[in-house]
Ligand binder design. Structure first.
Ligand SMILES: Cc1cc2nc3c(=O)[nH]c(=O)nc-3n(C[C@H](O)[C@H](O)[C@H](O)COP(=O)(O)O)c2cc1C
Length: 190
């Protein structure tokens, strides 16, 4: 039984200062807070990690342990994932793989509610990456990924610097994703 606000960890699969996915992650954190959640926004730039391999399991580096501790301390995650050649970013997979190496009691995201967003400058809003990533998160990491996804196409036109989504459909997807994430994470926490 968890008391208090539901805790959601918010991160982006891009660390570029001008990243559209970082912008989307920031918007998600604000929207979750508006619903009463405690949203912790992190940048993977603060978790520098080498390429993961099996030898790392014996002694995962400090950033991997810190990331795993943050995951454990939250009931849900919002992940904004860019699309690279129709796939999710290696940065995200590497970081989550490392965090999973710190676990001895089950998959890296077991019991966590996850919502995905994706902003891309292309017309599909990173949707191909999101559909692949959700399968990996469910099958490999043991997460419960909600069906709604906040896909934002043509992000350079639609995702404004003021943090708004200037497209009715994409905005509707975003709001539905945030609301469901909050609801399901609260349910999981109770
Ligand atoms: C290696 C690479 C591959 C890309 N492939 C795709 C793609 O398959 N589909 C797409 O919509 N955008 C693609 N893009 C464009 C990205 O969606 C765009 O750069 C986006 O702004 C990246 O996210 P960010 O702004 O959060 O860094 C690609 C970009 C890179 C660097």
């Amino acid at each position: 039984m968890v008391t208090g606000a539901v805790r959601i960890l918010v991160l982006s699969g891009s660390t570029r200062p001008a990243s559209f996915n970082r912008r989307l992650a920031g918007m998600a954190a604000r929207a979750l807070r508006a619903l009463g959640a405690e949203a912790t926004e992190i940048s993977l730039a603060d978790f520098p990690l080498p390429f993961v391999d099996e030898d790392g399991r014996a002694a995962p580096p400090e950033p991997a342990q810190r990331l795993n501790a943050l995951i454990l301390a939250h009931q849900g995650l919002f992940i904004a994932c860019p699309e690279y050649n129709a796939g999710y970013t290696p940065l995200l997979k590497n970081a989550l793989d490392w965090a999973s190496m710190c676990r001895t009691d089950g998959p890296g995201l077991a019991g966590k509610i996850v919502a995905l967003g994706g902003a891309s400058t292309g017309p599909r809003g990173g949707y191909r990456a999101l559909t692949q990533f959700r399968a990996v998160l469910e099958l490999g990491f043991g997460a419960l990924v909600i069906p709604e996804m906040a896909s934002v196409p043509l992000a350079h036109q639609i995702l404004t610097e003021e943090g708004e989504i200037a497209d009715q459909q994409a905005d509707r997807f975003f709001k539905a994703t945030i609301a469901r994430l909050h609801r399901e994470a609260a349910r999981a926490a109770s």
